[in-house]
Design a protein around this ligand. Structure first.
Ligand code: AMP
Ligand code: ZN
Length: 460
């Protein structure tokens, strides 16, 4: 069976044929580093990590290049830096914010079992490439300078007599409708309402670099040009897969396509555009004002990263996902069970019943159903399949030990209480034995009596 992927541009699942099987290339938009990543941000990280692992499985580890950028220049970063470090010069404060947030992001996504991408470029280290693309766009008549800004003209793109894609093709929007629907208060330096910023002037104290297009004042890049530049530098003018959350289709990805295709006279930037659906929490949109905004960091205090990972993969990546406590509890139980039966078993080849659904546009819910099927039979294949999906980073003992630590309950103390309860039962002091059982329950420990004695586990 061949890998088939759904492409947002053509709206169909197609057989995935890499441009170069020796060098399969994927770009995914990464975080803007100004704050803790929330659980919605974890979705593209986990989904494209599964795809990365699958591509490595199919093509060989050395033949897949995965680039996920870090956006380290942005107004939100500047605002956060000024707020958190008012005593420092802005540039130093910005460095502190991006360094701390970047470190936190790595700690979070490592805990989710995500492999580091092959390259993690930073926007501020690719200013030369951004300037180069901007100069090319101006030369080709697709961009112009005005009042220290450089703007891209979608109108120029769509009236060019060439084999370029149409602006709006990816997001299925017509440029005419965008013009008609444009706001009235368009910035005065824009020729058309739909023109977007490639480069803008910096305010005093803000990060700034020498500008392209002969502009004297120093400036900084717009967001969209960053990804065109980093993808070009590390993957070339045309590559296989470009991914991100569904909210990025417009304007971010539409603008990336426009910039890259017009700068390099290409029909395409990426052959497959893949977008994950949105995550909501307990049936509501996640937002700070609703009080249901959860960071990966907070969740990791209560749950092992692999539980979050499994919980994410139970839903197909293109469907919306409802993140609930109930589902998390179920995911934790499932993983506890898998760890118990298979984590210490020598892993076999991943099962065909797991790999095949993955080949069908990453059908992880079906792959997980197949894992349940293996549970009672081929546990070697269960172990191998779970490893392919990024689970089982620990031994069964480590898993159990960390869970006990996390629950704050001392296993020795539990054993002592169980022995006391057994003694109470044998002298028929059922009041005392019930008291100890309730005490254990309050500690989150469930006990089970059988003719061989009493066993226990954390019930959360
Ligand atoms: P941002 O930092 O907002 O640019 O988001 C980083 C990545 O997370 C992008 O790929 C977004 O599409 C994705 N993302 C943000 N919020 C959510 C959400 N609630 N559900 C799924 N993906 C999201
Ligand atoms: Zn991007």
């Amino acid at each position: 069976m061949e890998l088939r992927l759904y492409d947002t541009l053509t709206k169909e699942k197609r057989i995935f044929a890499p441009l170069d099987a020796e060098n399969v290339r994927m770009y995914v938009c990464g975080p803007t580093v100004y704050d803790f990543a929330h659980i919605g941000n974890a979705r593209p990280v986990i989904v494209f990590d599964v795809l990365f692992r699958l591509l490595r499985h199919l093509n060989g580890e050395a033949h897949v290049k995965y680039v996920r950028n870090i956006t380290d220049v942005d107004d939100k970063i500047n605002d956060r830096a000024a707020r958190d470090f008012p005593g420092l010069p802005l540039n130093e404060a910005i460095r502190k914010v991006t360094e701390q947030t970047g470190k936190q992001f790595h700690a979070d996504v490592d805990a989710l079992g995500a492999l580091r991408p092959s390259v993690e470029p930073r926007a501020t280290e690719h200013i030369a490439e951004m300037r180069e693309i901007i100069e090319r766009l101006i030369k080709g008549g697709f961009a112009y300078a005005a009042e220290d800004h450089v703007l891209f003209s979608p109108q120029a793109m769509n009236t060019a007599n060439s084999s370029l894609p149409r602006y709006g093709a990816l997001s299925k929007r017509s440029l005419d409708e965008m013009i008609a629907g444009a706001r009235v208060d368009v910035a005065p330096y824009k020729r058309d309402a739909t023109d977007f910023v490639l480069w803008k002037p910096s305010k005093p104290g803000e990060p700034s670099w020498p500008s392209p297009a002969g502009i004297k004042a120093e400036g900084r890049p717009g967001w969209h040009i960053e990804c065109s530049a980093m993808a070009w530098k590390h993957l070339g003018e045309h590559f296989d897969i470009h991914g991100g959350g569904i909210d990025l289709v417009f304007p971010h990805h539409e603008n990336e396509v426009a910039q890259t295709c017009c700068a390099f006279h290409r029909e395409r930037m990426a052959n497959y555009w893949m977008h994950n659906g949105f995550l909501q929490v307990e049936s509501e949109k996640m937002s700070k004002s609703l009080g249901n905004f959860v960071t990966i960091h907070e969740l990791l205090a209560d749950w092992p990263g692999e539980v979050l990972r499994l919980n994410m993969l139970k839903t197909h990546y293109r469907s919306p996902i409802d993140w609930t406590m109930k589902s998390l509890e179920e995911s934790a139980k499932t993983l506890d069970d898998w760890y118990r039966v298979a984590a210490d078993v020598a892993p076999g080849e991943p099962a065909a019943s797991v790999v095949e659904p993955l080949l069908d546009d990453l059908n992880t819910p079906l792959a997980i159903a197949a894992l349940h099927g293996l549970r009672g039979g081929d546990v070697g294949a269960l172990a191998g399949s779970l490893r392919l999906l990024g689970f089982f980073s620990e031994s069964a003992a480590q898993w159990e030990g960390r869970k006990q630590q996390a629950s704050g309950v001392d296993a020795k103390e539990v054993e002592r209480l169980i022995a006391e309860r057994t003694a109470a039962r044998s002298r028929k002091d059922f009041r005392e034995s019930d008291r100890i059982r309730d005490l254990l329950a309050a500690m989150g420990v469930a006990i089970k009596d059988s003719k061989d004695g009493t066993t226990w586990e954390f019930s959360r």
